[in-house]
Design a binder for this molecule. Structure first.
Ligand code: NAD
Length: 260
């Protein structure tokens, strides 16, 4: 198995993309830490994975809180003896035009997406460096790490920012065999996206069907949503890649919405 006995700390993994990554990693032999703001859902997801015979624990962590992040990582290390893979995935979406965006919502978005990535990276790198067996840091970017859309200023800003953090971690981590990469998915039909469809319909004055067809999937090659499994397979490839040859990269998985 590709990730046999590797320990994976995955944030925002009680739902959507993070949960699918946890399931795919568990099948590949990894020990899973489901770290999520929703502690009950994290524990329920860990129990679901443990029921398949894999090892998994759920921890309640707000990625914007340094003490909670450090405590969650320590709990993981205590349970499984180290950290080999970090998937910094927790995220939310808030949509407004820039001139109407409240400063509080702007700061909330940057805190979850950027502070969360920094805090979890810092806490996990300490262990990866000390363990001396390398590691893989994976950031959940977006097509919005490369491209902008209306109404999403802090999301687009934060997702672009993750590429900068990734490249720096790739350079600093290389001598420890720690790689860093970004996955940039197109639209995936998770609760995060389901919530946006009626919101965008209202703001843009169009139907929900038009939001899906003419906004979300308009630029794809085939009008299809990316799936959680599509993203999880890319996360598996980044996690299992054996050398520093694949580091500092960002890979778009979006049905051709954005081509680099
Ligand atoms: P989701 O809403 O299904 O899951 C997000 C999870 O993050 C939830 O379990 C939530 O409880 C958790 N979370 C939220 N705030 C948190 C915090 N402060 N601390 C810890 N956990 C927190 O969303 P998803 O679509 O699976 O999104 C996961 C990631 O993928 C996000 O970073 C998102 O920006 C990114 N992404 C999603 C899409 C998409 O179309 N769904 C596309 C590109 C990128």
């Amino acid at each position: 198995m590709q990730l046999k006995d590797k320990v994976a700390f995955i944030t925002g993994s009680a739902s959507g993309i993070g949960k699918e990554i946890a399931i795919v990693y568990a099948k590949a032999g990894a020990k899973i830490v489901i770290a999520d703001l929703n502690k009950a859902a994290a524990e329920a997801t860990a129990a679901e994975i443990a029921a398949t015979g894999a090892q998994a624990i759920g921890v309640g962590v707000d990625v914007t809180d340094e003490d909670q992040v450090n405590a969650g990582v320590e709990q993981a290390v205590k349970a499984f003896g180290g950290i080999d893979i970090l998937v910094s995935n927790a995220g939310i979406q808030i949509v407004h035009p820039v001139d109407e965006f409240s400063f509080a919502d702007w700061k909330k978005m940057l805190a979850i997406h950027l502070d969360g990535a920094f805090l979890t990276t810092k806490a996990c790198l300490k262990h990866m460096y000390a363990q001396g067996r390398g590691g893989s840091v994976i950031y959940m970017g977006s097509v919005h790490s490369k491209e902008a859309s209306v109404l999403k200023a802090p999301y687009v800003t934060a997702k672009h920012g993750l590429i900068g953090l990734c490249k720096t971690v790739a350079k600093e981590g290389a001598k420890y065999g720690v790689r860093a990469n970004v996955i940039c998915p197109g639209f995936v039909r998770t609760p995060l996206v389901e919530k946006q469809i009626p919101e965008q319909a209202k703001t843009l004055g169009i139907t929900e069907e038009q939001v899906v067809k003419n906004v979300m999937l308009k630029e794809t090659v085939d009008g299809e949503f990316t799936t959680t499994d599509d993203v999880a397979q890319v996360a598996l490839m980044f996690a299992g890649f054996p050398t520093n040859a694949l580091t500092g990269q960002s890979l778009v998985v979006s049905h051709g919405w954005f081509m680099q």
